[in-house]
Design a protein around this ligand. Structure first.
Ligand SMILES: [Fe+2]
Ligand SMILES: [Fe+2]
Length: 405
């Protein structure tokens, strides 16, 4: 699971950051603590050294989030007695695919990791640590959601439930591998603490499907693009983790294909005008979140030899083409006007961040933010209202999930 769903957080939760209204789903009670912490790796495992070298990571609109959903509704959706669209044969075939566990022995580290980490110094080291932390959080977010779905759907639909459990296995593996990477930098994310302390964003099942499908597919395109780039330009390979991305991203691709099959089993989420509006909304949210996030961290992408905006546009275009196979409408991201709008959002976001950095009192900061937030909202709306591309066709026969990679 990838990180790019952050803008989807419901609007009411924000005090001081640019906003995009979420689907208006109710939110679960907040936890008191919202800090994400990177802690020094404990010498003795019994007592995690939370106090030592604790590094607070800013909880921002664009940070990877944890999600929860209406599990009772999920149970109904996957009840074969109620939903006659469920193609159990297809899910059984997918389950076999997940059971094969292609990457069981893939995530094995070697001594290159620590050596590469020790060599990395200066600003790149800092930004690299942030990349590992954010990626680990995003993967872990998928683990938590899929694990719970696997648990809750066990009675209603054991096949679908087992697939969710196996996907949570994959995400745990990804998160664990990234966390091991952090240990090369003498850091570790306290995932137990995160599970309890982090706030969870609530989405209705339908929105979980759109958001998670996109998240998996955009994750696939990000990983494979970085992998191919570094294979061609090995002089930019700062750390061996990227060598694992080729097989790793196939996990994300399979996860996305499973969500594709889930949506096909719920045609009511794909075949009406509301589905088209939501599809475009989720595409926009995911693409804008990634673009703004990455443009804030351009040093990272430049550090591995990529042009951040070109990389992002490639990922957006490819994800959009993939998504067009299943969503009933997608954005016209290949229209140059779409990129111009994204670039204007980056400029506004930069100004918003600059306001946050000033010494002004909170009231003055908020006053300064108002016109910027209005400008950002207007760009978002204009991008949303650009003529969309009708897609999907709801002719599902063409879009059978690929069983061979
Ligand atoms: Fe993953
Ligand atoms: Fe995934």
């Amino acid at each position: 699971m990838a990180a790019e769903m952050a803008l989807l957080k419901p609007i009411s939760k924000f005090a001081n950051t640019p906003r995009l209204a979420g689907p208006g789903a109710p939110s679960r009670p907040r936890f008191a603590a919202v800090r994400m912490s990177a802690t020094a790796q404990p010498a003795a495992p019994k007592k995690p050294a939370k106090k030592a070298n604790k590094q607070a990571i800013k909880e921002t609109l664009l940070a990877p989030r944890f999600y929860t959903t209406d599990f009772d509704e999920m149970e109904q959706l996957f009840n074969t007695e109620i939903n006659k669209n469920l193609n159990q044969d297809e899910f059984v075939a997918l389950l076999q695919e997940f059971k094969t566990d292609y990457n069981q022995t893939h995530f094995v580290r070697n001594k290159e990791f620590k050596e590469a980490a020790d060599k990395m110094q200066g600003p790149l080291r800092q930004i690299f640590v942030e990349f590992l932390e954010r990626s680990c959080t995003a993967e872990f977010s998928g683990f938590l959601l899929y694990k719970e779905l696997g648990r809750r759907l066990k009675k209603t639909n054991p096949v679908v439930a087992e697939i969710f459990s196996l996907m949570s296995r994959d995400e745990a593996r990804h998160a664990g591998f990234l966390n091991k990477g952090l240990s090369d930098f003498n850091l570790a994310l306290d995932l137990g603490f995160l599970t309890k302390a982090r706030k969870y964003t609530f989405f209705k099942p339908k929105f979980i499907f759109y958001a998670t499908y996109l998240s998996e597919k955009i994750g696939y395109w990000r990983y494979i693009t970085i992998y191919r780039h570094l294979k061609e330009n090995p002089e930019y390979q700062p750390y061996p983790i990227f060598k694992y991305f080729e097989n790793w991203c196939q996990d994300e691709n399979r996860h996305g294909d499973f969500f594709s099959a889930l949506m096909k089993a719920q045609p009511q989420f794909l075949n009406d005008w509301k589905a088209k509006l939501w599809s475009r909304f989720f595409c926009l949210s995911v693409y804008v979140t990634m673009y703004l996030n990455d443009c804030q961290r351009t040093a990272f992408y430049e550090g591995i030899g990529l042009n951040t905006k070109e990389f992002d546009m490639h990922v957006i275009i490819e994800t959009n083409r993939t998504t067009a196979r299943i969503f009933p409408a997608v954005l016209d991201v290949e229209n140059p006007e779409f990129k111009r709008k994204l670039d204007r959002m980056v400029e506004i976001n930069t100004k918003l961040l600059a306001v946050g950095e000033t010494e002004d009192i909170p009231l003055v900061k908020n006053l300064k933010r108002i016109p910027l937030i209005a400008a950002l909202a207007s760009e978002l709306l204009a991008a949303y209202l650009m003529p969309p591309i009708e897609s999907g066709s709801v002719d599902f026969a063409e879009f059978e999930p690929r069983l061979v990679y």
